[in-house]
Ligand binder design. Structure first.
Ligand code: CA
Length: 223
């Protein structure tokens, strides 16, 4: 396996690399979030170990960026003992979550499990509705045979809904995705962007068939 280790703690990164290489894995190391996203894009890892406390980006931001195009299994490492954070990471697409300090054997077992699960996961990067198609891998939306231009925020919102097609995505989760985990809640903000998306993608934006509001809860993309 090729394992990408995104970790700014040099000693820990080194220990992980030694352990993984002894197991026969290839190791790529990035010591920051941006370098990690680059390494994931160019290095095609089979597995990512992601530290949450990075000097440039928060680990959850790295995770969200990764999930923009990749289904690679991600095991998060965190020094924090915060249940809400764990939930946020899992919601954002982490496959597992390990709290520091951890036993190397335990981490290896979790890496193996995450990799096994990923192997059996169908990776379908295209979500088709009867009005438009969302190509997650290429970050494209096509409607009536033409590509629709979206702003980065509109894309991000659509992407999260598309990854959860048919399921309700809570308002707070959407806000977390759009503005980082510590943003104040603001349903108004989401409504504005949802309406923009409807105007671009729905046949009848006033009576949406795909980008649906679930009152009091959140939003859902229906095919
Ligand atoms: Ca760190």
């Amino acid at each position: 396996m090729r394992v990408l280790v995104i970790e700014d703690d040099t000693a820990l990164a080194k220990a992980l690399a030694i352990t993984l290489r002894a197991r026969g894995d290839e190791v790529i190391h990035a010591s920051g979030g941006r370098a990690g996203v680059d390494a994931a894009a160019h290095g095609h890892p089979d597995l990512v170990i992601l530290d949450l406390g990075l000097p440039d980006l928060d680990g959850t931001e790295v995770l969200i960026a990764l999930r923009g195009w990749s289904a690679v299994p991600v095991v998060v490492l965190s020094a924090r003992h915060d249940a809400a954070e764990k939930v946020r990471c899992l919601d954002a697409g982490a496959d597992d979550y390990v709290t520091k300090p951890f036993a190397m054997d335990e981490l290896l077992a979790r890496l193996r499990a995450a990799h096994r699960r990923a192997d059996s996961r169908p990776d379908d990067p295209v979500v088709a509705t009867s009005s438009f198609t969302v190509d997650l891998a290429h970050r494209r939306v096509v409607r009536n045979g033409e590509e629709v231009r979206l702003t980065p925020t509109e894309w991000r919102l659509l992407e999260v809904l598309a990854r959860n097609v048919g399921k309700v995505v809570g308002r707070q989760m959407l806000l977390d995705d759009l503005r980082g985990p510590h943003a104040p809640s603001g349903g108004h903000y989401l409504r504005v962007f949802l309406n923009q998306l409807r105007a671009k993608l729905e046949d009848d934006p006033a009576h949406p068939r795909h980008l649906l509001t679930v009152p009091g809860v959140g939003y859902r993309l229906d095919p």
